[in-house]
Design a protein around this ligand. Sequence first.
Ligand code: 5BU
Length: 452
Amino acid sequence: METKRAFFLEAYKLGIIKFGRFTLKSGIESPFYVDLRPLASDPKILKHLANYLLDMLPLDNFDLICGVPYAALPMATAMSLESYIPLIIKRKEAKAYGTKKLIEGIYQKGQNCLLVEDVITSGKSLIETIAEVENEGLKVSDIIVVLDRQQGGKERLAEKGYQVHTLFNITEIVEILQEEKLLDDEEVKRIHDFLNDNPVVFEEKKKISYEEKLKVTEHPVAKKLLEIALEKRTNLIASADVITTQELLDFAEAVGPYIAALKTHIDIISDFSHEGTILPLTDIATKHNFLLMEDRKFGDIGNTQELQFSHGVYKIATWADMVTAHPIGGDKALDGFHNAGVITILGMSSQGTLTDAHYREEAMKIIEQQPNVMGCVAQNQIPEKMLLFTPGVNLTSTGDNKGQQYNTPEHVFKNLHTDFIIVGRGIYKADDAEQAALLYKTKGWEAYEAAL
Ligand code: 5BU
């Protein structure tokens, strides 16, 4: 097959485009229907296609190749075989972000991945796929697409900084078919009218503002936290993972003006006492107007959790505005946290966490019906009526050697629609914790505003 045109006409015989009247998923009637899956049934055509696609751009920059499931999977595989660029596979999983199982194959963070898609319409599914791939720490700059339906997708992705390279577009295909007398003039006119009249239907969902969140959240502690965020123009929660009372109090005093809440692991304080630790800490919280979040990660039956919450050395119930808890014990196990806002751990930031898509889906059923819950810790989007807290945020590091994985504020606000970032070592390990808190506060707020 010498020319692209001849190649298309060969491929066309496989029945990849049909003309007539078709109702699309969106309810719109389209004069053509595209299904490129049959291409994989002809090995010779698939191989030619792979080479045409590989010829579209210089390949030196790409470490990996990935097809958007399902139609592009065989295409990406064939491209990998022809080019020796290693293949990774992205699973097609509903609502799945950031679990290690989402992408199969061997890859490293920071590698540049060439995406392959069969058809681009509005660009919606590509935008979602890109977010998922980027969430794994991979870079995406270019996407190769076999057919552009010319409904705005290419332009939308270009606006976001992704270059889409398309082998064919619907106009040139119609022209070829018309010249070959495979389409009559009337049909061609219907197709052109459709392309002119059908701007893209897809509107990308933006993050909602804190003002809007205030209207949809019900939990009083959630409302209080949002009010503080708006008043102090901060979405920063500093994690005070220090081990003495003095360090804790000094840290709280230094970062207080810049944070919406201070997160503690109170059981790592070696000289804890209610009078020596909690009383001055709550004074500092009142003075600088921030809330206290005890990251206790409760994970027991209801009765035990209630005891752990109210009794023992720490008497968390007497001072914490918010506590974290795993939903693993079920809905009723969370009944006992009356006066605090419960933040459930939906997804963890650490490598190899068991909080995969299935866990999160089941956990969400519990969380949504539990009135004590004000939000979730997660690495994925959650329903708008809850607050999303995202740890694993760092401006200079991508992880530690104990499994922690970091993202930037920009990434978590834009892609996860986070409400509050949780930053530990990025601040308390900095030479000047106060300056670092100011920096994360500024970056966090800028990222929030940019995501709206
Ligand atoms: P870091 O120093 O920024 O890595 O600290 C993050 C903090 O957030 C630390 O206190 C963790 O216990 C906490 N965390 C987390 O990092 N990832 C999670 O998934 C959850 C909590 Br849940």
